[in-house]
Design a protein around this ligand. Structure first.
Ligand code: HEC
Length: 123
């Protein structure tokens, strides 16, 4: 019994300091590596098909996409450039979360629905 209480208490204490990227962030990271990195670079800093970074310093992400809604819609309709239909909407939401977290607009621990990511500002 005592061990159970101790384990429960430790879980409570440990949780905040061990914040892990969400499963959705990790799914987005994997899908980005698989489907986007070939043209945009492993770290989004530019690749074979598009030299400009797509997040972080030097990117146009904030200027072109003021909120998550615009970035998600762009990814849904136009990316991957060669065939936007080869990635599911669910994975595109995860990729959009991953991009926004890398840009600092969301935390990697976040999990979001389409409705939730829409109003998040990208600066
Ligand atoms: C076959 C190459 C290719 C792949 C794969 C690809 N992209 Fe792109 N991407 C491009 C090109 C080319 C552009 C520029 C399109 C334009 O300006 O009309 C672009 C533009 C973008 C932009 C806008 C950047 C800006 O500054 O205008 C975003 C965001 C983006 N891609 C995200 C993604 C994501 C997310 C994926 C994976 C799901 C992806 N791309 C996969 C080639 C690719």
């Amino acid at each position: 019994m005592r061990a159970v209480y101790l384990a429960a208490a430790m879980a409570l204490v440990a949780a905040p300091s061990f914040a892990q990227p969400s499963a959705q962030f990790q799914a987005g990271q994997a899908a980005y590596a698989e489907t986007c990195a070939v043209c945009h670079g492993a770290n989004g800093r530019g690749g074979a098909a598009f030299a400009t970074p797509i997040w972080g310093p030097g990117s146009n992400i904030a200027a072109k996409f003021p909120t998550g809604a615009q970035l998600l819609e762009y990814n849904q309709m136009l990316m991957p450039f060669d065939d936007p239909s080869r990635v599911s909407d669910e994975l595109k939401l995860a990729i959009t979360l991953y991009m926004m977290a890398n840009h600092g607009a969301l935390r990697p621990e976040a999990s979001v629905s389409e409705a939730e990511i829409g109003p998040v500002a990208i600066r």
